[in-house]
Design a protein around this ligand. Structure first.
Ligand SMILES: [Ca+2]
Ligand SMILES: [Ca+2]
Ligand SMILES: [Ca+2]
Ligand SMILES: [Ca+2]
Length: 284
């Protein structure tokens, strides 16, 4: 009986309450015929020795979005986040509206008492925007952007349907400390096929500031074509990924203190006197 209690206690100690699988972000928007987007899977603490943690994504509606394969973590590589790609379902399903669905992330461990044995991970709430039979403005990608400091991401803003006039969309950078925009507005014209881009660049600072969220607000469209005037495209949300590692800690070589120098000096002085005394005694 005592042994059983001890085993149970060991089990409780082994199941690490702090271990968590972190999903970023938990909301994604895609567009029919638009670009694939990603979300990040990371572990906030180490797996047990020999433990393999598997996170298996599953789309609740594969006609609107499919997901890439499961990702695995071990003690050796758990500090490196992994990414799951969500590929939007294409057009061809008619004017079916914007369809919301859930992507679940099942967590499993090869060790019944491993740190991640009992863990669960958040779902991702995805929306695939319909582009058929509607006059609207799409943004690709608008979510799940991971831009490393110094790198950039091109976002395409385009009109569906057949606009009869230019469309102007203002862009507001809500996080000027983290990103810059190549332009503060885009104009969709017949000349550019009613499709224009903005480049988001993550500012390369020298700070160990961690990964910070950024956002760009897309203003309501201004156009003489009343089908598009006032259409408010989805805003852009992402993460500026830090590229500054903590500095290597250099252990300083111990330098003798003033007191130690005095002692060393005194010892040398005494040694010198000793040698001199010995030398003079030999002469005698
Ligand atoms: Ca559709
Ligand atoms: Ca659809
Ligand atoms: Ca940097
Ligand atoms: Ca930084």
């Amino acid at each position: 009986m005592k042994r059983l209690y001890l085993s149970l206690a060991a089990l409780f100690v082994a199941s690490n309450a702090e271990a968590a699988v972190v999903i970023t972000p938990t909301t994604l928007t895609t567009t029919e015929d638009g670009s694939a987007v990603t979300y990040r899977v990371s572990l906030d603490s180490p797996p047990s020795a020999g433990e393999t943690v598997t996170v298996t994504p599953s789309s609740g509606d594969v006609t609107e979005g499919t997901v890439s394969a499961a990702v695995m973590f071990t003690l050796a590589d758990y500090t490196t986040p992994q990414f799951i790609t969500v590929t939007p379902g294409a057009s061809g399903d008619g004017n079916d509206g914007d369809v919301m669905y859930t992507i679940t992330n099942a967590v499993s461990s090869n060790q019944p008492a491993g740190n991640y044995a009992m863990e669960v991970a958040a779902d991702v709430n995805a929306t695939n925007v319909n582009i058929e039979g509607v006059d609207t403005i799409t943004v690709n990608p608008s979510s799940g952007l991971f831009v490393t400091e110094g790198a950039n991401q091109v976002v395409t803003i385009a009109a569906t349907g057949a606009p009869a006039s230019d469309i102007v969309i203002n862009l507001t950078n809500n996080t000027a400390a983290e990103i810059t925009l190549s332009t503060n507005s885009v104009t969709l014209t017949a000349g550019n096929g009613y499709s224009a881009t903005v480049t988001i660049t993550a500012i390369d600072d020298a700070l160990i500031d961690g990964d910070l969220a950024f956002s760009v607000t897309t203003g309501a469209a201004v156009s003489a074509d009343l089908a598009y005037n006032g259409v408010d495209p989805v805003d852009i949300n992402g993460l500026a990924v830090d590229n500054d590692a903590p500095a290597v800690v250099v252990t300083p070589v111990p330098v003798p203190t003033l007191g130690e120098w005095t002692r060393i000096g005194l010892a040398l002085l005494l040694a010198t006197f000793g040698i001199l005394a010995l030398a003079s005694r030999r002469k005698l």
